[in-house]
Design a protein around this ligand. Structure first.
Ligand code: ADP
Length: 431
């Protein structure tokens, strides 16, 4: 079967979230870390997800990376393309979603696409172009104070338009509610009016299915992982995708040790850190010390003494006040980069010490960790929480091939309080 969907994700946890959605809807999916060299090693897959770490880099660099990824996916023969970003949009006025979207349209010779970050399963909904996180507007949610992408405007038509050359229209809820044909007509009208992008309202998964169906003929679709929900069905309707394939990879038997690395300062992660600290050994990385002391070595010696006894937790997660204090001392980017580097070095040391089950909390943090571990390709396993599956690395420069490395890359705000311990329980429930 030919490759159907070629996806580009702007961070690693998001890529996994997307691959997870596709796998669960019956698409055999392979995820690559970074831009792959495609034609030489084409895998058996219905979808390929290329994970970039481009969410917070300058627009020109993000555009180059996305173009390179698109070239490879085109070479692999993909019929439709998907650009994935965060369900909380995670992109300020300097952000690159708009520029990447326009560059991909140019490269595909197209002039129109859609944008929808909604992920109802994780309580991200879009109404009249406004993004809600649970009951709050995005701009009133924890995202207001995100360390790297503080979101102060919930009106995404406005946010996206500020990032783009072209104009942005809206397909509002009252149209979405009427079904795929109504959405299709509205998209045609917006395109005829000269808009190059339509922001799409969605409150429930059924709306995302409608939107997916309405986008079956667009060369490029963009959004959160939810926006991909309806796409597999389009291929199935056309007889291009079988409905009898179990695309989920099973967890390997591993005696490897277990650890959690948390670099996210999002609310859900801080609750999960507090919860795990009550029952398991925990080591706090203090970013203020990172300039001078060898915190990674210290953390690793601490961990090595404890790994035999079960999962350990190493975290830099801190409250908005603590983060603000660190940023005032080190600068926002420097604080983020230093912390990511140290957590990535700790991850390498943990894998060297025999860790084969590693949970990482934080999108940027996961990106840094996965890069440091030299992970190149991976398959999607059982789901721990909505949008967060275990992933099994098919190749990594650090882990030994005979003993695969299992990673859970958790976007900061995902997962319930017991996420960390629950993740390891899945290995016991495997039989
Ligand atoms: P999330 O998925 O919650 O957005 P990320 O890992 O993407 O989490 O982003 C968190 C950012 O905050 C990272 O760049 C990380 O290095 C940085 N960070 C982590 N701990 C601290 C801290 N204590 N002070 C300042 N910045 C921190």
């Amino acid at each position: 079967m030919p490759l159907l969907l070629g996806c580009i994700a702007d961070d690693f946890t998001g890529a996994t979230d997307l691959a997870n959605v596709l796998v669960r809807h019956g698409m055999r999916t392979v995820q690559y870390i970074g831009v792959p060299e495609m034609p030489t090693d084409l895998p058996e897959a219905d979808a390929i997800v290329v994970a970039l770490k481009s969410r917070t880099i300058p627009a020109e660099e993000a555009v180059l990376l996305a173009q390179a990824a698109l070239n490879q996916l085109q070479a692999a023969g993909a019929r439709q393309f998907f650009f994935k970003y965060g369900s909380t949009f995670d992109s300020t006025d300097e952000g690159n979603i708009g520029p990447v979207l326009e560059a991909l349209l140019d490269a595909l010779g197209s002039d129109f696409t859609v944008a929808c970050p909604a992920a109802p399963e994780n309580a991200r909904t879009v109404y009249r172009g406004h993004l809600f996180v649970g009951r709050e507007l995005l701009s009133d949610s924890g995202m207001r104070d995100h360390p790297l992408t503080p979101m102060r405007d919930a009106n995404l038509v406005r946010v996206l338009a500020r990032q783009m050359r072209g104009s942005v229209g809206l397909v509002a809820y009252d149209v979405v509610r009427r079904g795929a044909e109504a959405v299709r007509r509205r998209l045609d009208a917006l395109r005829a009016e000269g808009h190059c992008c339509a922001l799409l309202d969605a409150l429930r998964d059924e709306h995302l299915m409608t939107l997916g169906a309405a986008c079956s003929d667009l060369p490029l679709v963009t959004g959160g992982s939810g926006m991909a929900l309806g796409l597999p069905e389009n291929f199935r309707r056309r007889g291009l995708l079988s409905d009898s394939i179990d695309a989920v990879a099973s967890l390997p038997h591993t005696d490897g040790q277990a650890a959690v690395l948390a670099g996210s300062c999002s609310k859900a992660t801080r609750i999960q850190v507090a919860s795990m600290r009550r029952t398991r050994p925990a080591y706090r990385v203090d970013p203020i010390r990172l300039g001078g002391d060898d915190v990674a070595s210290e953390a690793l010696s601490w961990a090595r003494e404890r790994l035999e006894e079960g999962p350990v937790l190493i975290y830099s997660s801190a409250s908005p006040e603590e983060v603000a204090a660190v940023q005032a001392r080190l600068g926002r980017e420097q604080a983020g980069a230093l912390t990511e580097q140290v957590l990535a070095r700790i991850a390498q040391g943990l894998v060297d010490a025999g860790v084969r089950r590693l949970v990482v909390a934080g999108g940027e943090t996961s990106g840094a960790v996965v890069s440091a571990l030299g992970v190149r390709t991976l398959r999607i396993g059982p789901e721990i929480a909505p949008g967060v599956p275990w992933i099994i690395t098919a190749s990594s420069s650090v882990a030994h091939a005979s003993s695969p490395l299992c990673l859970a890359l958790k976007s900061g705000n995902f997962g319930a309080e017991d996420f960390f311990t629950h993740a390891f329980d899945l290995f016991d429930e495997r039989e």
